[in-house]
Design a binder for this molecule. Structure first.
Ligand code: K1U
Ligand code: ZN
Length: 169
């Protein structure tokens, strides 16, 4: 396994839509294992392939606390097939947006259809933090970022600050 570099804004790869996975092979397995290792090391509760510079519809999620056994969820080609009308608000962070926080309203409960590493279909009913993390990762796979939930002033200010910082490096 290997640690992958997490791409940060304003890298254009974060704005691209990931492509559907068609082949379930060793290369895909390595990508998932590397992504999981990278997410645990960050630390984070999710990671999408776009964030590792790979435009494939692959995401990993694990919301278990560090003192509890790991419970890795692998989502390949995920689709939300049902969602609650009720929404919850929560402040989110993003590993691709250092120091950026944004309150986001999202459906409290979702039903997701996704493939696992064997290409088998899995149906996941998620609520609370798990539902939130899955929706955050699915946004990444569609090229959507937390920045898009912020006001244009907040977004532009953040991006200007990031570009300035990256110029200095
Ligand atoms: O996709 C990402 O950028 C990862 C992101 C996912 C996420 C955060 C908040 C709400 C929904 C989804 C993170 O994991 S940011 C780090 C984080 O939230 C965290 C880190 C350690 C422990 C607990 C949370
Ligand atoms: Zn993110």
């Amino acid at each position: 396994m290997a640690l992958l570099e997490i791409v940060t804004a304003p890298d254009p790869v974060l704005r691209k839509k990931a492509e559907k996975v068609k082949e379930y092979n060793k290369e895909l397995e390595k990508l998932v294992l590397d992504m999981a290792e990278t997410m645990y090391a960050a630390p984070g509760i999710g990671l999408a392939a776009n964030q590792c510079g790979v435009l494939k519809q692959v995401a990993v999620v694990d919301i278990s606390p560090p003192d509890k056994p790991k419970n890795l969820l692998v989502l390949i080609n995920p689709e939300i097939v049902q969602q609650d009308e009720q929404q919850d608000q929560m402040e989110e962070g993003c590993l691709s947006l250092p120091e950026f926080r944004q309150v986001v309203s999202r459906p409290s409960r979702i039903k997701v259809c996704a493939k696992n590493l064997k290409g088998e279909t899995q149906e996941i009913i998620a609520e609370g933090l798990l539902a939130r993390a899955i929706q955050h990762e699915m946004d990444h796979l569609n090229g959507k970022l937390l920045l898009d939930y912020a006001s244009s002033i907040k977004r532009e200010f953040y991006l200007r600050k990031r570009k300035k910082l990256l110029r200095k490096k």
